[in-house]
Design a protein around this ligand. Structure first.
Ligand code: GLY
Ligand code: MN
Length: 415
């Protein structure tokens, strides 16, 4: 589903910041070189996509507030039969307008001239760029390179940062975005349930990962939201495990931390389960603690009343208390031995989506609740991770239909 109305609306919101004489320049980005003449697949810059809805390599968007009226132009590669024969389809000007709502589409080669024209007119006082925090100090990042070269020729221009403004907007999801996350979650649910049904002791981790990928493909999803994590036994202690070459052994736990991406929007779910379909009493006990804390954290989700750091603090404290009660720890303060990571992050166009971490939660935020316990000395380690959306009065548990009660998991695994 294309949401050009939404992209247009988002631009309009942004323009509240764009004073007369100011221009915004956004880059879709290019494909990074992998080796020789091969590149990694192109992945559209998230803020560029958020404001334009355009997915095409090297595209540039410019908006200029000339005199109170914002002029928008999208610069894209021109149609070219020979280039397309090798590198694939290029969208036409009409398609670019339909997808973005931008009326003026120009060929990419015209960008420099169009920018020079407004700069020469002397009516530009400031340029806004998307200075992504992850690109800070990177000379090769497009926005850094471009802004530096423009500034050196036009030293009186002010540079302004669009990144925090766009990121703040992205933190609150609209109905269309939440619908896409729901779609992604329903594919993820089917993929996780299929893995629960398919697993057998002696399988390789990548074979089980293949079961997940097949469900995604059958649902029209070519690419997961992030590198699948499918690990067994001691491999569960590598939090971001991306080389699933191990064997799934009888008596051990599997950890699946996976998510489909649907129309750019992600899901992010962790479900652990026993390789042989039946939890041992000890696995059951540790799993029950993680699940109990996960549920307790959700009950704290009241808009305006709690922030991510407070959710994290509760998670850590409760895991510590319950591990002490169960006799796994001597005192709560030792919880770091088994509690390794935070578990609350926004999801959206990115899996670790943008959003100021310290502010109170608010309606329209979509994020993870993730409780992990890692006991290397007992070879039991996993996390239970769910996705929620904050409503006007509380929350909705978006991944409630992905089984997680012990009896339900065992029943699913029996098929
Ligand atoms: N699910 C992977 C992560 O949040 O890091
Ligand atoms: Mn996560």
């Amino acid at each position: 589903m294309r949401m050009n109305g939404s992209h247009q609306l988002r631009r309009k919101q942004f323009y509240k910041n764009l004073s007369v004489g100011e221009a915004l320049i956004l880059f879709a980005g290019s494909a990074s070189r992998k080796t020789a003449d091969a590149c990694y697949p192109f992945f559209t810059n998230r803020n560029f996509y958020y404001l334009t809805g355009i997915i095409q390599v090297n595209s540039i968007f410019m908006a200029f507030n000339r005199d109170g009226k914002v002029e928008e132009t999208l610069f894209i590669h021109p149609k070219d039969t020979m280039a397309e024969r090798w590198n694939g389809y290029r969208i036409s000007h009409e398609e670019a307008t339909a997808n973005s709502g931008v009326e003026q589409i120009m060929d990419l080669e015209q960008f420099d001239e169009a920018l020079s024209e407004i700069l020469k007119s002397g009516s530009v006082s400031a340029l806004w760029y998307d200075f992504d925090k992850y690109d800070e100090g990177r000379k090769d990042a497009l926005q850094n390179r471009h802004s530096e070269s423009i500034s050196s020729n036009h030293p009186s221009l002010t540079l302004k940062n669009a990144y925090p403004v766009i990121c703040e907007a992205r933190t609150i999801k609209d109905a269309g975005e939440i619908a896409e996350i729901r779609n992604a979650l329903s594919v993820t649910r089917d993929g996780i349930h299929a893995m629960m049904k398919a697993v057998k002791p002696g399988m390789y981790e990548y074979q089980l990962e293949g079961v997940f990928n097949k469900v995604l493909a059958d649902a029209g999803v070519r690419e997961p939201a992030f590198a699948n994590i499918v690990s067994g036994g001691r491999n569960n202690f590598y939090i971001h495990y991306e080389e699933p070459m191990g064997i799934l052994n009888d008596g051990e736990m599997i950890l699946t931390d996976v998510g489909a991406r649907k129309n750019q929007y992600v899901s992010d779910i962790s479900r652990p389960f026993p390789v042989n379909g039946k939890f041992t009493p000890e696995q059951k006990e540790v799993y029950s603690i993680a699940l109990k804390v996960n549920k307790e954290l959700m009950e704290l989700l009241v808009p305006g009343k709690i922030s991510f750091p407070e959710i994290e603090a509760n998670s850590r404290r409760r895991v510590g208390e319950l591990l002490v009660d169960a006799g796994y720890l001597g005192k709560d303060e030792d919880v770091s031995k088994y509690y390794w990571h935070k578990g609350t992050h926004h999801i959206g166009l990115d899996v670790h989506d943008v959003g100021p971490p310290g502010q109170p939660i608010a309606p329209g935020m979509v994020f993870t609740i993730d409780v992990g316990i890692y006991m290397e000395d007992k070879n039991i380690g996993f996390r239970i991770e769910d996705n929620v959306v904050i409503t006007e009065t509380g929350y909705e548990h978006l991944s409630a239909d992905i089984v997680r009660e012990i009896d339900d998991v065992e029943a699913m695994m029996r098929g």
